[in-house]
Write a protein that binds this ligand. Structure first.
Ligand SMILES: NC(=O)c1ccc[n+]([C@@H]2O[C@H](COP(=O)([O-])OP(=O)(O)OC[C@H]3O[C@@H](n4cnc5c(N)ncnc54)[C@H](OP(=O)(O)O)[C@@H]3O)[C@@H](O)[C@H]2O)c1
Length: 404
């Protein structure tokens, strides 16, 4: 019997428990023994839970998992970063393998935890941390043995994609769709981590570091969220027969790499334009394999629980090589030198603003109420310098990169 210590019994944790229960026989016949959740650590043991379980296994003291020598695998699906970091480190140090869905934890401590797992000859797997139910981490790691991967792109946040899809397809206002997303449970009451982009940034940091085989840190990624998009922008961009997606991209060039998370204008009919509502997609390019596209549910109890269980099965079947998948390349960040075309809207129409953006304008779309332009190919730094030189608030502009 393989005993698991589960940390967290929220959306993902209960998905793991329920899938494991419903597929018990299939799993046992595949691996030749039973997978058993022996203890479940939660924050509040007295919370009423809508799940059929022996209450005695729900605990609040991690030591009961750590010191149980029959538990060889810790599955971390809490929403906590620092406390979980301590638990995961202790588990790895004690020779227990770890599976996690916690992208904030993986992103913050990626190098350290990956190295520790290798040192202790145990597994550290995190398939569910990027793209929810989409198998992406494992295929990427496998292709990295045969390929150099120099580009990863993705729509990595379902909340943002849901908001943008409904704004473009139904003409709804940002606030209206955000409220609907919150009512449906797609968005948190505090939506900042989704709409301002940190959630996408963390997933890109994980994918980018694996792909480029060197550290792409959170601080190395340019970040713009979708929270400032207005119906005015939607109308302008629809006239371009295009739509907007929040896309994370890491790309390697001969002399460095760029990494950014930005609202991105994609042509109607293009691949990314077809990824709608709460779906996610990741694409990567390898020198042998060419471009691969992955599409599916980026979140949710069962898709995410399924991804966690795939990692558990890989460990149970001893499929994981237990080798640190991160490389040691020293990467040169080239963000400031990357040139693209952009859509820029400033919600004020003043003579001095128009003058300041004139030099970078390829086309002026509007000067009434809002100034909206399409830029020629410029460095993002140049636009950001112009924006900071204007006397405007952070929420008074919206910028989107134009993808060919
Ligand atoms: N939800 C998704 O679709 C999804 C998708 C991909 C990745 N993830 C990631 O998966 C993780 C879990 O997400 P979730 O949606 O399941 O979260 P959730 O519903 O908020 O559940 C979190 C669980 O963790 C427990 N917990 C929180 N802090 C703890 C601590 N310090 N010690 C012990 N237990 C603690 C909570 O205990 P109580 O029950 O007592 O409050 C709860 O059971 C997160 O890191 C999230 O980013 C989620």
């Amino acid at each position: 019997m393989i005993n698991i210590g589960l940390l967290g019994l929220g959306t993902v944790g209960s998905g793991v428990v329920e899938i494991l229960e419903s597929r018990k026989e299939k799993i046992s016949s595949l691996i030749g023994e039973e997978i058993n959740i022996k203890k479940i650590l939660v924050k509040n043991v007295n919370k009423k839970r809508d799940i059929h379980l022996n209450k005695d296994i729900i605990i609040s003291n991690f030591e009961e998992i750590l010191n149980d020598h029959t538990i060889s695998l810790v599955v971390e699906v809490t929403s906590d970063i620092e406390q979980s970091y301590e638990y995961v480190k202790l588990a790895l140090n004690n020779g227990k393998s770890v599976v996690t869905a916690n992208k904030a934890l993986v992103s913050k401590y990626f190098e350290e935890l990956s190295a520790l797992a290798e040192e202790k000859n145990v597994s550290f797997l995190y398939e569910a941390s990027v793209g929810g139910g989409i198998p992406i981490i494992k295929p990427l790691k496998e292709e990295l043995i045969l390929n150099s991967v120099d580009k990863v792109q993705g729509i990595l946040n379902g909340t943002c994609n849901y908001i943008l899809t409904r704004m473009f397809n139904e003409g709804l206002d940002y606030d209206e769709v955000l409220k609907k997303a919150q009512e449906l449970g797609y968005a948190e009451m505090d939506p900042a981590a989704d709409v301002e982009g940190p959630d996408t940034l963390r997933k890109l940091r994980i994918l980018g570091s694996l792909a480029l085989q060197g550290k792409v840190g959170e601080e190395d990624i340019i970040l713009e969220g979708i929270e400032k998009i207005t119906s005015f922008d939607v109308r302008q961009i629809k006239l371009m027969k295009s739509t907007v997606k929040l896309i994370g991209e890491v790309k390697e060039y001969e002399d460095g790499y760029s990494a950014l998370v930005m609202p991105t204008i994609v042509k109607d009919g293009s691949y990314f334009a077809s990824v709608n509502m709460a779906f996610n997609s990741v694409t990567f390019e390898g020198d042998n394999i060419g471009e691969l596209k992955f599409y599916g549910s980026g979140a949710g109890k069962f898709p995410t629980g399924d991804a966690v269980l795939r990692d558990i099965l890989d460990i149970a079947l001893d499929f994981d090589r237990k080798q640190n998948p991160l490389g040691h390349r020293i990467l040169k960040n080239n963000n400031s030198e990357i040139k693209d075309k952009y859509y820029l809207r400033i919600s004020e129409s003043k003579e001095n603003i128009l003058k300041s953006v004139e030099d970078i304008s390829e086309k002026i779309l509007s000067t009434k109420d809002n100034i909206a332009i399409l830029t020629n190919e410029v460095e993002i730094k140049e636009i950001m310098d112009i924006i900071s030189s204007l006397d405007i608030e952070k929420d008074e502009y919206f910028i989107a990169r134009i993808l060919d």
